[in-house]
Design a protein around this ligand. Structure first.
Ligand code: ADP
Ligand code: MG
Length: 260
């Protein structure tokens, strides 16, 4: 984990001179994202206030067009807000330089996509190795990528290329690649969208495990309300606004209880 992205305890050497409350992992305050389309302004997100903590398993729920992908892209520094502030590990990244944002993308967040987005010419192991290479943490263990593949149940598939793997296996490689970065936040945009039910449940189980075993904060975007039942926390978007943020109604259920 990158210490600069962790919440700092007041009084630690890197803490501000006047100790304030401990920092959140990522905090958005008063965030809006608007697009100009011809003469009109399209509002993708408005008045978003949100703090993400270590180890949280968050489902971002909302219909198509409600602003889910926009929110994920802002948290991952792939996009900048029109208004408001985004603070990472106590540092405001809203006015950060392109170089600082690039460093944050390498060591702050990792992405998992609906369509897996593996490199077709690289083996499973090389794809995971790529994740570790991008983050390039000092003193990293060269055997970690192989261990990550074992952890997602693909120890016997290391030399396979993406086209030799099923959809569920490819998504597990993508998760191993995201984990191999060692980044504290994992962002997943509809990661089960292309998968059948049984495989989708396996993927959710795997992502949920990471919050406990690695302390990774996982944000899953979905329009499937059923998936939100397994979250610690559900953030619901409607027309670019957060309309709900809290535990799932009816309480959290185990992944094995899901039906869709
Ligand atoms: P979701 O992921 O929930 O389907 P998005 O975040 O992709 O929603 O989009 C939210 C709203 O912002 C939609 O109305 C969409 O049309 C609009 N939007 C997204 N990106 C752009 C863009 N580059 N230009 C104009 N409008 C956009
Ligand atoms: Mg989307």
């Amino acid at each position: 984990m990158d210490a600069s992205l962790r919440p700092q305890a007041p009084g630690s050497p890197a803490a501000p001179v006047a100790p304030g409350p401990a920092h959140h992992l990522i905090e958005l305050s008063g965030v809006a994202r608007r697009y100009r389309v011809g003469e009109s302004i399209v509002s993708a997100l408005e008045r978003v206030d949100l703090a993400i903590e270590e180890g949280e398993f968050i489902v971002v729920l909302g219909p198509s067009g409600s602003g889910k992908t926009t929110l994920l892209n802002l948290i991952g520094a792939l996009d900048s807000p029109t208004e408001g502030r985004i603070v990472v590990g106590g540092r405001d990244i809203t006015g950060a330089s392109r170089a600082e944002l690039s460093a944050f993308r390498r060591r702050g967040v990792s992405f998992i996509f609906q369509t897996f987005n593996l490199f077709p010419g690289l083996s499973a192991l090389e794809n995971v190795q790529f994740g570790a290479d991008v983050a390039d943490r000092p003193g990293r263990d060269p055997h970690a990528p192989a261990r990550m593949l074992e952890r997602v149940g693909l120890g016997s598939r290391m030399a396979h290329f993406p086209h030799e793997l099923s959809g569920g296996e490819q998504q597990r490689v993508a998760i191993a690649r995201a984990l191999a970065t060692g980044n504290p936040v994992m962002l997943a945009d509809e990661p089960t969208g292309e998968l059948d039910f049984t495989t989708g449940v396996q993927i959710l189980e795997l992502l949920h495990d990471q919050t406990h075993t690695s302390g990774t904060a996982v944000l899953i975007v979905t329009h499937n309300r059923e998936i939100s039942r397994v979250a610690d926390r559900v953030i619901e978007l409607s027309s670019g606004r957060i309309v709900r943020d809290g535990a799932p109604s009816g309480g959290r259920v185990p992944v094995s209880d899901l039906r869709w």
